[in-house]
Design a binder for this molecule. Sequence first.
Ligand SMILES: Cc1cc2nc3c(=O)[nH]c(=O)nc-3n(C[C@H](O)[C@H](O)[C@H](O)COP(=O)(O)OP(=O)(O)OC[C@H]3O[C@@H](n4cnc5c(N)ncnc54)[C@H](O)[C@@H]3O)c2cc1C
Length: 381
Amino acid sequence: MVGAALAAALGNTAYRVVVLEQQLPEPFTAEQPHDLRVSAISVASQQLLAEVGAWSAILAMRACPYRRMRVWEEDWQSGTLFDSHDIQRDYLGHIIENRIVQLGLWQALEQYDNVEVICPASINQIDYDGSASTLTLDDGRSFHTSLLVGADGARSRVRDTAGIGVTAWEYPMHVLVANVGTVYSQQDITWQRFRQTGPEAFLPLSGPHASLVWYNTPQKVQELMAMDIDSLKAAFEQHFPAELGQIAAIEGRTWFPLKRQHAQSYVKPGIVLIGDAAHSIHPLAGQGVNLGFMDVMALRDVLREATPQSLREGAPLQDYEKRRRQPNLLMMSTMDLFARAFSSSLPPLKLLRILGLGLADKTGPIKNKVMKYAMGLSSTL
Ligand SMILES: Cc1cc2nc3c(=O)[nH]c(=O)nc-3n(C[C@H](O)[C@H](O)[C@H](O)COP(=O)(O)OP(=O)(O)OC[C@H]3O[C@@H](n4cnc5c(N)ncnc54)[C@H](O)[C@@H]3O)c2cc1C
């Protein structure tokens, strides 16, 4: 998603862009069940996708807007309700399958003569000489570039090739994601209940469908993965909040370990990292790819201003890192604080989070600021 967005953002510029993607995304058909990999796409990300010509293609496939977001704690029911109408917006964001975002971007790329997509591309070797790179594919083709963008996800080979290390740790928690058919029709709310065992979340999908997200210990998540469909359905109905209503069908499930990871540098001469290759964060507030799209906007801006000489000297890439490292770090640390505060039983933390949520609910300006931050419309909390 992030690499394709950068390629599209560099469409109709003097750059010649080649996208090397290893895995061909399955074409969309309306009958397909929803994918398990979905993302909450913020308003700021939507604006980028619209600018590069992908948004209308995405909407023509499928996306689910949500207007409200409710957050509460198991023993403190009132929690906080965020409503886009409070800040004169029609919605807070959209829940969209990752593949649909990618397909929408790929459709947009077709209009740019300076962008070529090679897929499936199997990279045999990357040779980096300290300022430029040569990539050789298994089919023998090779590409020499003075700017290699690593948008190849959390296990980035580009990052390894550049010798850029990471600061990383694993959360003592895994997450189960299940797509379900709901008895309720399509909803305009996403909610998250915080429990000491971990959050439980509901993301609406288009039609009477939803993505349910269940954070818990690695052992519990494996137990849920091993259950037969009827037992899993019963477990959701028993443990998830009543807001879920009845589940008509379990349509699929998967699980993920949770890792926080931050590249020690985003740039080397002739190499730059964006998206999960640079940072991966706890997904509880659904901000990972949105941060990646913000990287795209920053890199697009510096590359549009750059000259061949300034690029050789490195200033534009340094500028990109300066713009993005702090905001990415702020979001990562905020997610950590949330994850820790809500899984602690220490009274002071409990009091703090209750006060925090209560304050946010009663105080319009604070709530509106949080909403704008989550929507990508404000860079500070
Ligand atoms: C459970 C869960 C829920 C999430 N929910 C949200 C959410 O609601 N909102 C949100 O913003 N984020 C969310 N995220 C995070 C989001 O999924 C990631 O931030 C996002 O996928 C990162 O996008 P990316 O393009 O940087 O990397 P990736 O999605 O990892 O894509 C990397 C791409 O590079 C390709 N690639 C890798 N290696 C090679 C190679 N050697 N050669 C060629 N191609 C290669 C891969 O095939 C892939 O297409 C969630 C994550 C998880 C785990």
